[in-house]
Design a binder for this molecule. Structure first.
Ligand code: SF4
Length: 254
């Protein structure tokens, strides 16, 4: 990434560290492989944020993330919000996170990674890398792939937020992983699973067909959300309950 190259030239390798968000999803894996190829000498922290509602079968998101991370020669740090899991957060608030606000991401992923960065990175310049790509959605295409993080920067420490694979297309990501022999988590449709993303087991961004597929393939998680909706009198989607949305989706072929 041009901006990282510039930072390294300006500050020297010894003063720069990368903090890489690693969910175990295809984009995180492709990003880590890219950074590994490009910046093998730079101090790199690979961090997995566990929301408490990550996939657990047939291999947990954490174990899978560790497997890929270690195959590239790094160790995986795992962080969590010490006060709540995803389901506890929803239960206590009495409502699900809105897609526009995404309290789940800020409290359960971004926040714990920021705590890690503050506590474990001593470098003068830190690049906080996330695997967001423009190709994922219109909203994501409008994001800025490189910016100074004014919240985390302070005297003696500059922190930048970076999206190193922002311009890669979905097909390029799949092709890149295949070329490198990096596997996909088995939950991916292309790996024989039933989803196109490795998200929480039931994510606020799920389509009705994702919900229908989850009802079949991860009924425990589906029922946890359905029961939570019943208890709270609040649905995860503004368009209806997960049961109603799944029923409306096309039949899922097993
Ligand atoms: S995967 Fe979905 S539900 Fe989980 S934290 Fe991210 S946006 Fe929220």
């Amino acid at each position: 990434m041009r901006e990282i190259d510039t930072l390294l030239a300006e500050h020297g390798e010894a003063n720069v560290a990368l903090v890489v968000s690693m969910s175990g999803g295809k984009d995180s894996c492709a990003m880590l492989a890219y950074l590994h190829d490009r910046y093998p000498q730079v101090e790199t922290h690979v961090v997995h944020a566990d929301t408490g509602f990550e996939h657990i079968k047939p291999i947990s998101a954490e174990a899978f993330a560790r497997q890929v991370t270690e195959s590239l020669g790094y160790t995986l740090a795992v962080v969590r919000n010490p006060n709540k899991t995803y389901l506890e957060m929803v239960e206590r608030r009495g409502m699900f996170p809105a897609m526009s606000m995404r309290q789940c991401t800020s409290d359960l992923k971004r926040g714990p990674i920021e705590v890690y960065l503050r506590n474990h990175c001593q470098a003068k310049v830190i690049v906080n890398c996330i695997g967001i790509r423009a190709d994922e959605s219109t909203a994501r295409s409008k994001q800025t792939p490189w910016k100074l993080n004014t919240k985390l920067s302070k005297a003696g420490r500059l922190v930048y937020d970076a999206m190193p694979i922002f311009t890669m297309t979905t097909e390029q990501v799949y092709a890149d992983l295949a070329t490198r022999s990096i596997p996909l988590h088995p939950v991916y449709r292309r790996a024989g699973g039933y989803l196109d993303r490795l998200s929480c087991r039931v994510c606020i961004f799920f389509s009705p067909s994702d919900l229908a597929a989850t009802q079949v393939h991860d009924n425990e998680a589906f029922e946890l959300i359905a029961a939570l909706e019943d208890r709270l009198g609040h649905t995860m989607s503004p368009h209806g309950s997960v049961r109603a949305l799944a029923a409306r989706a096309l039949p899922v072929l097993d």
